[in-house]
Design a protein around this ligand. Sequence first.
Ligand code: FES
Ligand SMILES: [Fe+2]
Length: 288
Amino acid sequence: MLTELEQEKIAARANTIDYDRVASLHYLGNYVRRLPTNMARMMENAYDWEHLPYVHPSSFASIDLVASGSWGWRARIGVPGGLEPTYQMLDLLVDAEKNYWVSTVFNGPGEGIEIHTQATTLNEDEIEVDVRFYLPEAPGDDASASILSYMQSQYATLYDEDIDLMQGRQSALEDRSRWRAGKNARCETRVGALSELDRTKTHTIETETGRYCVRVWQDEWIAHSAVCPHQLGPLQDSEIDPEGRITCPWHGYQFDALSGESRLTECPALAKAPELIVRDGELFLLEA
Ligand code: FES
Ligand SMILES: [Fe+2]
């Protein structure tokens, strides 16, 4: 539930970047980084509000979306670490043509901070981001350097975490087109000898149609897709919880490991896994 004050402040926000505003702000400094990803993945990441508490848990405890669109998104963010729950209102406005976005804290701790990011393509696989930090007012002399170094180190962590997500997403898209080409293939893929397979581990097996996890659940070998149907996140590292669910590390969507059913109506079920068969003491995935 949003407070009245939060609702008022939301109503006062515009959905377009006011480029002239920076003239009235205090420029603190910037953080520049070359990133091994392409612009499509970077822009996707900027729009992707849902990954924040999952991929960046040290910076975001929770997120509740207020609105989103081609202009960007606006949300209430849980600030991690406090004894009491603390919230910030934040929006991220995108100028897609310029590969430029601005995130602004407009309520709560840090209110008035604006962070402007310009992304630039360097080559097919690399971009550079220039992240510029603005404060509503100049801090005292002693504080400037420490605030700047805090923000630079926070952004270094955020981009370390985002590189894995953006590269993982790019290779997941490439895998998907390879697997599509392999569809209709009838094949058997060996998992291993039952006497040798470690029953405490998840065995990740790639076939011609996809990637699957083979593991023991309630004393039986089961197979489920290792690819999240939301945005192709990796499911192989998710433990099965006591209720039989696995959780995607990118946006936290949950699936029943046995049936593949999604816990969210807006997300489809996992792709059907091949049948598990045993022949001569060996376990195979059978795609018909
Ligand atoms: S990729 Fe988004 S929840 Fe899995
Ligand atoms: Fe991110």
